[in-house]
Design a protein around this ligand. Structure first.
Ligand SMILES: [Zn+2]
Length: 133
């Protein structure tokens, strides 16, 4: 159906790296994991062991999973269901690229509040995406 998202679109298996094991373990358990600096206390994305602001150590923590739509684009191609790619600004003040799913794509607006949801990739890995709340 035009204008809605669909679970028909296959989600590619994410690349796994040893340093991101806690991220994917968190996703499997329904927690959206980000890293926070132990010195300046700022969160960042993508996850890095050293803070990109002050180069101190960072640690994993479960984020709120809530944020807002910073900007977005709806991709429409004749060979697949339409889907939405968006930059989400989490309440932890990190900006990340993700997908908006499970809602009317035509109703998405910049500034909409979103909540993380986890969708299974083709290999069973749970991948965090967002839905409008
Ligand atoms: Zn820092």
């Amino acid at each position: 159906m035009i204008g809605t998202n669909s679970s028909i679109r296959a989600i590619p298996a994410p690349e796994r790296h040893p340093e991101n094991v806690p991220f994917w373990e968190g996703s499997q358990a329904g927690r959206f994991m980000i890293r926070r600096c132990t010195a300046c206390r700022r969160s960042h994305w993508y996850p890095r062991p050293l803070c990109p602001f002050c180069l101190a150590e960072s640690h994993w923590e479960a984020a709120s999973g809530r944020g807002e739509v910073h900007t977005f684009s709806i991709i429409r191609r004749p060979d697949m269901q339409p889907y939405c790619i968006a930059y989400i600004r989490l309440d932890e003040d990190v900006l990340m690229l993700s997908n908006i799913v499970d809602c009317n794509l035509d109703a998405i607006r910049i500034g909409d509040r979103v909540q993380v949801v986890f969708k299974a990739a083709v290999d069973g890995t749970m991948v965090p995406m967002f839905t409008v709340i």
